[in-house]
Design a protein around this ligand. Structure first.
Ligand code: AMP
Ligand code: MG
Length: 527
């Protein structure tokens, strides 16, 4: 069965850039190299829990391959494919606003690159043991967070949000010690490994580490490798390729921020080492979905006080992170940094209009109009005033027929999105009716039939997202050996925009019990 891999292997990062190839996994600084080779840990009893057949197919694997022993051996770290050199990447980062120095893949091990058709992919194990970058930690991952990574990266992909993917989730059979809430109560949990897949796992921090060490040749080699392989639109022979590169990263990053907002996703740890150079969602840790369109909300307990990475601040933080990337690229550009600054200015100047366009699309307003910004702003004010379920509210808007419904009827249609009793909301109700009236008038100007309007809106506003409590329920069952809910949610989230009557129960507000539950509304970085 190994032919599935071998016939598709291509050289990647590990061949293009210098690595420390001693296979030494003692924690250390690694100046002068882009990474360090490492042999994955041998798991004691690996067992496949779930695989993504769709991704296996994209990779060119035989459909039956994910059920084979060979697959489990390779993607649990038990077996290294002949001719490949597993390695951890060297990167640095700014964490919670502060320079943190070298970090690196502390528990991610890149196995190899595969080419299928015109696409290349890096396959990486998360949780396969210590690397040169593990610092004081164990290089392992627990079942709980591996389920969260597997389900969410697949959910994001099917939502159309740029993301790293997940090929498989394998239980290692080993125990891992974790202090879930950092409260001095550590306990053993089941170990697991996700095979993550992306065109590249290079982060902003990969550039930062070489810039900080004044390793400018290496910095240039890294930039050339990334541009040459992942930015085909940039011609290295034309003027200012690195500036173009930076501007493209600004565009991709802004797009990602809008996409997160569109579906209500909160990453939770937007450190520069968790920012993909390709504008992908990467490193699913204490992420969450805002149930109630709450700009202040963050799922990450570590960030509870400052709320740096709250829902409403993600676009600002992305820009802050881009400034750090720009600084790292300065050595490639020379004294005059005006052009880099232009990339940042472009982001600043375009964010608002692109945000309004994205929100107008969610509202079914497809022909741009000057007043849309005001309509969006007044809606946001209302949504912030009381708890309104974001997913249900926007999805239900498509049931409104602006040509036949009046404001009272229209408001009734979105009624189930409100967390509190709807009728006695006093002055809010008047404000809502006023907004709805304006909304209907604005909608009537659109040149679209109500059927087409609904259809189009339903490709923008998902019916199903991975609400925090849903992942938590799947985890609790899985920890007792029952993986049925992991499979059920995976199936559900493959077609998040489709009506799925058998899963209507998931088109519901967050249940009350989940409001303040660990795992369902509060998450630590412990994973
Ligand atoms: P994160 O914020 O989870 O992306 O992680 C920040 C840094 O800590 C990265 O360098 C990770 O590789 C490292 N890290 C996180 N968890 C572990 C672990 N269990 N073992 C080793 N390194 C880890
Ligand atoms: Mg990380």
């Amino acid at each position: 069965m190994e032919y599935n891999i071998k016939q598709h292997l291509v050289p990647g990062f590990e061949k293009a850039l210098p690595l420390d190839s001693t296979n030494n996994n003692q924690p250390r600084q690694t100046p002068g190299v882009a990474g360090a080779t490492v042999v994955p840990k041998n798991p004691s009893a690996p067992q496949l829990i779930i695989a993504s057949d769709a991704l296996a197919e994209d990779l060119g694997f035989d459909p039956a391959y994910t059920n084979s022993e060979d697959f489990v051996a390779i993607f649990s770290g038990q077996k290294v494919v002949e001719g490949t050199t597993p390695y951890a990447m060297n990167y640095a980062g700014h964490q919670f606003g502060h320079w943190a120095g070298q970090l690196g893949d502390g528990r991610a091990i890149n196995l190899f690159d595969i080419k299928n058709g015109d696409k290349t992919w890096t396959l990486q194990l998360k949780g396969a043991g210590r690397t040169a970058y593990s610092r004081t930690a164990d290089g392992l991952a627990v079942l709980r967070s591996s389920i969260r990574e597997f389900l969410c990266s697949e959910a994001m992909f099917h939502l159309g949000v740029p993301t790293t993917r997940a090929l498989s989730l394998i239980k290692t059979g080993d125990q891992v010690m974790r202090d879930v809430m950092y409260d001095g109560n550590p306990a053993y949990e089941q170990g697991a490994i996700v095979c993550r897949v992306a065109p590249s796992f290079v982060r902003f921090g990969n550039f930062e580490v070489h810039a900080s060490r004044q390793e400018y040749d290496l910095l240039k080699d890294l930039a050339d490798f990334v541009i040459g392989n992942y930015f085909p639109e940039i011609d290295m022979n034309q003027a200012e390729p690195y500036v173009k590169f930076f501007k493209t990263v600004c565009e991709k990053t802004l797009h990602l921020m809008l996409e997160w907002h569109r579906v209500g996703f909160v990453h939770g740890v937007m450190n520069t080492d968790n920012m993909s150079i390709l504008g992908l969602t990467i490193d699913y840790g204490p992420y969450g979905w805002t149930d109630d369109y709450n700009y202040q909300w963050t799922p990450n307990t570590t960030d509870r006080v400052e709320r740096r990475y709250r829902f409403g601040n993600q676009a600002n933080i992305a820009l802050w992170n881009l400034v750090k990337l720009a600084n790292a690229l300065v050595p490639l550009i020379g004294e005059d940094t005006t052009e880099l600054e232009e990339g940042l200015l472009w982001y600043q100047n375009n964010y608002k209009s692109k945000f309004t366009k994205m929100m107008a699309d969610k509202l079914g307003l497809f022909e741009e109009e000057e007043n849309d910004e005001a309509l969006v702003t007044s809606l946001e004010k209302l949504l912030h005033k009381q708890e309104v379920d974001m997913t249900i509210f926007f999805r239900k808007l498509s049931d409104i027929n602006p040509k036949t419904h009046d404001k009272v009827e229209a408001l009734k249609i979105v009624k189930e999105a409100f967390y509190q009793e709807f009728e006695p909301i006093g002055e809010n109700k008047d404000a809502w009716l006023a907004w709805m009236e304006e909304y209907l008038i604005r909608n009537q100007k659109e040149n679209i039939s109500s059927g087409d309007r609904q259809q189009k809106m339903n490709t923008i506003n998902p019916k199903y997202v991975l609400r925090n409590y849903m992942a938590q329920m799947a985890i609790e069952k899985a920890e007792n050996g029952d993986y049925s809910l992991v499979h059920e949610l995976h199936t559900l989230l493959k077609t998040p925009y489709e009506e799925q009557p058998e899963f209507e129960k998931y088109f519901a507000k967050r249940p009350d019990w989940a409001r303040n539950k660990v795992g369902a509304s509060m998450l630590s970085c412990s994973s």
